[in-house]
Structures are given as structure tokens and as C-alpha cells.
Design a protein around this ligand. Sequence first.
Ligand code: ADP
Ligand code: CDP
Length: 227
Amino acid sequence: MSSNDKRGRLVIAVDGPAASGKGTLARRLAAHYGLPYLDTGLLYRMVAKAVLDAGHDIQDADAAAAIVASFDEAAFPEDSLRGREIGEAASVVAAMPAVRSGLIARQRRFAGQAGGAVLDGRDIGTVICPEARAKLFVTATPEVRAARRHRELTARGEPATFEGILADIRRRDARDSGRSDAPLKLAEDAVLLDTSALTIEEAAAAAIGIVDARRANPSHENAIISD
Ligand SMILES: Nc1ncnc2c1ncn2[C@@H]1O[C@H](COP(=O)(O)OP(=O)(O)O)[C@@H](O)[C@H]1O
Ligand SMILES: Nc1ccn([C@@H]2O[C@H](COP(=O)(O)OP(=O)(O)O)[C@@H](O)[C@H]2O)c(=O)n1
């Protein structure tokens, strides 16, 4: 799909650490460009939930590998996946090579849809869709991300302290960036978008501006990240 992606279909890769706002922006981009959207973090969350629901230890790589081979996405309502414990467990199974490799085909199938797609995660621009026309790396300071996640979990009725969430975020950042297989990192042709001081509206406008610039100038992919 490589050269085709660059000319015609619009595949947008949105990567970044926990609670940076990548899902919010990916959804906005999908609505703006009329593209389907896949939150790839949910796939890792599903695998983690299935491992725990079956009574296995979350570190059990054989159990996770067996689950990833056959799990049914429809069996996991999104609301059951968004909690704090599942986010933490997802980052444990996401470090297992068999889990990562077992999820590649589903993600690439989604990205291969006729008009293109928006995917968000940790390795979309680096591993899943290296030929994506536009790549954003969305970030924010750990404190800002913890405050956002704290607000989100509190609104869901999940008890949590800001300090506890900040510790979760730091631990997850370290695990996601430090793993050997597909670590979280900036793709060399990605544009960094720091949302720490931006409202959702400001961040969405910036994200659309980045994608429009890349669409207008697909052959000069590194030009807009050189400053
Ligand atoms: N720029 C922003 N300013 C304030 N809150 C934001 C911003 N971007 C996202 N949020 C909020 O932060 C929380 C985490 O955002 P989300 O998009 O789910 O992050 P991620 O997908 O990176 O984990 C959500 O409650 C979302 O509404
Ligand atoms: N493409 C992806 C998406 C998620 N993940 C893992 O899955 C975990 C949960 O991802 P998520 O995107 O749902 O988490 P949040 O950023 O929403 O907190 C992350 O901490 C990563 O370890 C991954 O490794 N690769």
C-alpha cells in the first residue's frame, strides 16, 4: 500500500503517550475528513481484560498469546475497557511481542480501507502504517495529562487521586517507551503537537492544519518538522 497511500488515500497516524489527547484529536480528524477511526489502544485493553477475566496473571504471556489469536472485539463494550486498572494491564500485555504481532493484521486491514482511515496508538506511524500520509505525535506534560485523566476517571465515578494517576502515567510512559518491541517514539516524519497549553478546539485546529499541510505537500514530508 506504500506509494498508493502517498498519492491518493488519506491515512492519518496519531501517536502519543497516555491522556495526551490523541483519541480526542483522532476522532476530530476522522469527522473532519470523513474517515473511519480506530482506537488501537482498545485492542490492547481487550486482550488485557480477557486475560484478567479468564483468571490468568497479567504477566502470563502464553495466556495472552492464546487470547490474541482468537478474541472477538464485539464481546467488549467500550465502557468496560476505559478504567484505570485495564489501562495499566494493557501496557503490560502490549510489551509482549506475540500480542503485538497478533494485532498487526487487524490494524493494517482497517488502515487499508478504500478512502483511508485515522488510527491512534503508540506505533501507528512507526510500525503499523509507516507510509501514512500524515503523522502526528501528540504530547503534553505528565502533570497536564494526569489532570485530564483524573477529571475523566472522576467523571466516570472511578475513585482516584491526582498523585495516583500521575504515578500511573509515569509508569506507563516508562513501560511504553522502554519496551524493545515497537516502543513509543516519534516517527522521523511525524509532526510533534504539544497540547499542554491548548484547549481541545485549539489542538483540533492545529491538527487539521498539520494534516492539510501534509496533504498539500506530500512529497516534502520532513519540511514542516524541521523548525
Ligand atoms: N487539549 C485538551 N485540553 C483539555 N482536555 C483535553 C484536551 N485534549 C483531551 N482532553 C481531555 O483529556 C482526556 C484524555 O483525552 P484522550 O483524547 O482520551 O487522550 P488519549 O487518547 O491520548 O489517552 C479526555 O477527557 C479529553 O476530553
Ligand atoms: N498502538 C498501541 C496502542 C496502545 N498500546 C498500549 O496499550 C495501552 C493502552 O493504550 P490506550 O491508548 O488505550 O491508553 P490511553 O492513552 O488512552 O491511556 C498503552 O499504555 C500501550 O501500552 C500500544 O502499545 N500500542
